[in-house]
Design a binder for this molecule. Structure first.
Ligand code: R5P
Length: 293
């Protein structure tokens, strides 16, 4: 207890300085509660307003895919360069050191495998686990146009409701069926549905034509999914275009961990996202880092 016998008279009121009401840096997230904002600020860098999320959750439906066979050996060296790790509770508990200061986005939908219909997911993680694991957001797959479209949307809205109780944001991950058109009209539809129904931010794919209309019509931040492995220079160009066209960062997996040099690649992606580096300069950085070894 402070000593109350000899109280000094308080006088530093700065009456000539009006108190500031500061807005929140992240697109359309100003009305969220303190805990939500604090968690989002651990995912998105408040200086650049963007994030480099490293997605390594692929095993939840496809097992040990290329590059993720040994997360302890292949992925842990990348962690220092990421803002956030997106992964399952199994990998988090078994492999990621609890002393990490990186924010965690936890995959909470699942229940399917590549052997069956992928859209038939449910919520596969209790909210208590997300709280216990101190996560900064929960990721739910949403299959707009998929066989289990409604169920996947309701999975997401349930997590929005439950997460809001505890100040944990929900990331909607838009999944596109193999036979569906990947165009601006589809992604505007998918991202807008997720945002209207409460997702706090949305992960979606980049498209060459009209991506800026997807980010413009979505009232919450969008992060770009990497998609299948393409040449490093092309992946850096894609990430560059996405952030220049309104994405608040990337959530990339295969184009980082399947790169010839994943440690160099994640640093080049970081330069594109946080420093708005050009694809040419980022590719030079990639080569320089790669050749240093
Ligand atoms: C897939 O369902 C997972 O959510 C992955 O995190 C996602 O596909 C992003 O990884 P990639 O950049 O490899 O597409």
């Amino acid at each position: 207890m402070p000593d109350v016998d000899e109280l000094k008279e308080a006088k530093k009121f700065y009456t000539d300085r009006p108190q500031k009401t500061e807005g929140f840096f992240l697109k359309f997230s100003n009305s969220l509660d303190w805990g939500m904002k604090n968690r989002l600020s651990r995912i998105f860098n408040p200086v650049s307003g963007r994030t480099v999320m490293l997605a390594i959750d692929h095993g939840y439906f496809q097992g040990p895919t290329t590059g993720l066979e040994r997360i302890d050996l292949n992925i842990l060296p990348l962690v220092p360069y990421a803002d956030t790790l997106m992964l399952t509770r199994g990998i988090l508990r078994s492999i990621v050191p609890p002393a990490t200061s990186k924010s965690i986005v936890l995959r909470v939908s699942g229940g399917t495998s590549i052997l069956k219909e992928l859209s038939n997911e449910q919520i596969a993680v209790d909210i208590e686990e997300s709280i216990r694991l101190n996560v900064c957001a929960m990721a739910v797959q949403v299959f707009i146009g998929g066989e289990f479209e409604k169920e996947s949307i309701i999975n997401m809205t349930k997590m929005v409701d439950i997460g809001t109780r505890y100040g944990i944001p929900t990331l909607a991950v838009t999944a596109v069926g193999k036979d569906m058109a990947r165009d601006a009209r589809y992604f505007r539809l998918a991202t807008r549905i997720c945002a209207e129904l409460g997702a706090h931010y949305i992960k979606t794919y980049y498209i060459d034509e009209g991506f800026e209309t997807v980010t413009a019509s979505c009232p919450v931040p969008i992060v770009m999914a990497g998609g299948k492995k393409i040449p490093e220079r092309d992946a850096l160009t894609m990430a560059h275009n996405a952030v220049q066209q309104g994405a608040s960062g990337v959530d990339m997996g295969r184009n980082i961990f399947q790169s010839e040099d994943p440690v160099a690649m994640i640093q080049a992606v970081k330069a594109v996202v946080h420093d708005s580096e050009s694809p040419d300069k980022a590719f030079d950085l990639y080569n320089t880092l790669k050749n240093q070894k």
